[in-house]
Design a protein. Structure first.
Length: 131
């Protein structure tokens, strides 16, 4: 299932909130928590982000968090930016890094094709394979 580590440990809920605020400010959108999804997402994130998990699960946690819509605007962009930053920490050739980032962002945003989802699963599984 891929290398297990605390992929999201550097991204506290305060960081997530600040990331959303920056994205909203850049587009002149109101940064505000939602009444329906904010508390549930915060609880989910805080209960999981420090845990060691396969990279595939980190992508899924970002996807679930986006779907719960903790903020009024730019939920997908917020969590896609986080997974993009996680993936930037991997030592990958530039073309492969760009493709993996794009596919992971599509998964987080909920627009990935089955082929993209399968490719990310395969990539994550490959992380444990010795070179």
């Amino acid at each position: 299932m891929g290398r297990v580590r605390a992929w999201l440990a550097d991204y506290s809920w305060d960081f997530v909130t600040a990331q959303n605020a920056v994205l909203c400010a850049a587009k002149n959108a109101q940064h505000k928590p939602t009444s329906d999804g904010h508390d549930a997402t915060k609880q989910l994130w805080e209960s999981r982000h420090l845990n060691s998990m396969p990279l595939e699960e980190a992508v899924e946690l970002c996807r679930r968090s986006h779907r719960l819509a903790p903020f009024c605007f730019y939920n997908g962009n917020t969590f896609a930016a986080i997974i993009r930053d996680v993936l930037a920490g991997l030592s990958l050739p530039a073309p492969e890094a760009a493709v993996v980032r794009s596919m992971a962002e599509h998964i987080v945003s909920g627009v990935a094709t089955e082929k993209e989802e399968r490719a990310v699963k395969d990539f994550c599984a490959k992380l444990d394979t010795p070179a």
